[in-house]
Write a protein that binds this ligand. Structure first.
Ligand SMILES: *Cc1c(COP(=O)(O)O)cnc(C)c1O
Length: 368
């Protein structure tokens, strides 16, 4: 039996009736943009993430963009980002005319290496943007210590990590601003695009709300230029229903990860482990395949009907669109090695033991 990488039909089936009722209310009340459903979702999201302010927006990418804009980041400024992440992390920096400074990762966690972060700081550095890749927080103890020593804000890209914790602090609540994505493949997925920014700073929250509405401070009065970064009422309503189950989703993903360890520890794969102080919520279960056999392994699994995917096959310092920043092969050896070795296996809260046994059989048949 084939096993998908992600099964959204299985994920949503138990909630569809409740979501239909919530979406219907938005339609009847014509509250399509922001509105009552967004107000309710933002209040519940702030509580779930342990912050004073949660501000819904149009996507995870726009959450990152709003955060940068709230700090007036632009030409002449630098923002430190890991080289091994989804494109959006650095794309937003470039779009504002600032320079993304790509640094290497810690091979044990795939997250940014704090030593490399500190080495990249200079007087132009305006923010540090750690990414909590695959559902596990970066080393936020070290990163926030470096940031406060140098007086630089930390903007967390927590797009893959809602529900994760570092030293008992929720992902997205640790830096000055946390950015979430509700893209359907994330641990809390909408029925389309959506995102949110989190902060405990009242003044920043005010500024972020303005950025979301073209920068207006009150009706038709603009002291800054923002954008249309609003969240839909329908997305807010659906997310509000799903949010109640977020902890359960995280627990199910952790249980599946634990079972993968039982099933696959006798193979040559390097399996992902939770780092010190980290509560990992496994947005992805990402293994390493050494000896240059990753692509062959991926093709074998696909042939057996096992969903799998490489997140991410090319480091950002090597992307053609960023060639002006002078990145070269060998600059970030651990990021580059990860891009050649990683493979993500099926992972979602409804993954059954039978499905995991199928994955295990396909993996074992490759290694013989
Ligand atoms: C998904 C993702 C984003 C962007 O979120 P969208 O909602 O797709 O715009 C940003 N950063 C990371 C690490 C992501 O995984």
């Amino acid at each position: 039996m084939p096993v998908p990488l992600l099964d959204l039909a299985a994920h949503h089936a138990p909630l569809l009736d409740e979501i239909r009722v919530a979406v219907d209310e938005v339609m009847v009340k014509n509250a399509f943009v922001l509105g009552f459903a967004t107000d309710a979702f933002e209040a519940n999201l702030a509580e779930a993430c342990g912050v004073d302010h949660a501000i819904g927006c149009s996507s995870g990418t726009d959450a990152l963009l709003m955060a940068m804009m709230a700090y007036d980041i632009g030409p002449g400024d630098e923002v430190i980002v890991p080289t091994f992440t989804f494109f959006a992390t650095a794309g937003v920096v470039h779009r504002l005319g600032a320079k993304p400074v790509f640094v290497d990762i810690d091979p044990a966690t795939f997250n940014v290496d704090p030593t490399a972060v500190e080495a990249a700081i200079n007087p132009n550095t305006k923010a540090i943007m750690p990414v909590h890749l695959y559902g596990q927080c970066a080393d936020m103890g070290a990163i926030t210590a470096i940031a406060s020593k140098h007086g630089i804000p930390v903007i967390e890209d927590a797009a893959q990590a809602i529900g994760a914790r570092y030293d008992d602090q929720p992902a997205g609540s640790i830096g000055q601003i946390g950015c979430l994505s509700f893209y359907p493949t994330k641990n809390l997925g909408a029925f389309g695009d959506a995102g949110a920014v989190l902060t405990n700073d009242d003044a920043l929250a005010e500024r972020l709300r303005q950025m979301r509405l073209h920068g207006q401070s009150d009706a038709y009065n603009h002291e800054t230029v923002g954008g249309n970064f609003r969240i839909d009422g329908i997305q807010s309503a659906a997310l509000n229903v799903k949010l109640r189950h977020l902890d359960k989703y995280g627990d199910a993903r952790r249980a599946a990860a634990c079972r993968y360890h039982q099933l696959l520890s006798d193979t040559p794969l390097t399996l992902p482990d939770a780092a010190d102080k980290c509560w990992h919520v496994y947005n992805q279960f990402t293994v390493r395949v050494s000896d240059g056999r990753r692509d062959e392994f991926s093709a074998h699994l696909a042939e057996q009907g096992i969903g799998n995917r490489v997140y991410y096959p090319l480091c950002l310092h090597l992307q053609p669109c960023f060639s002006q920043y002078g990145g070269a092969s060998g600059d970030c050896p651990e990021g580059e090695r990860a891009s050649e070795e990683v493979l993500s296996l099926p992972m979602f809260p409804e993954l059954t033991e039978t499905q995991q046994d199928e994955v295990s059989a396909a993996v074992h048949s490759f290694f013989g």
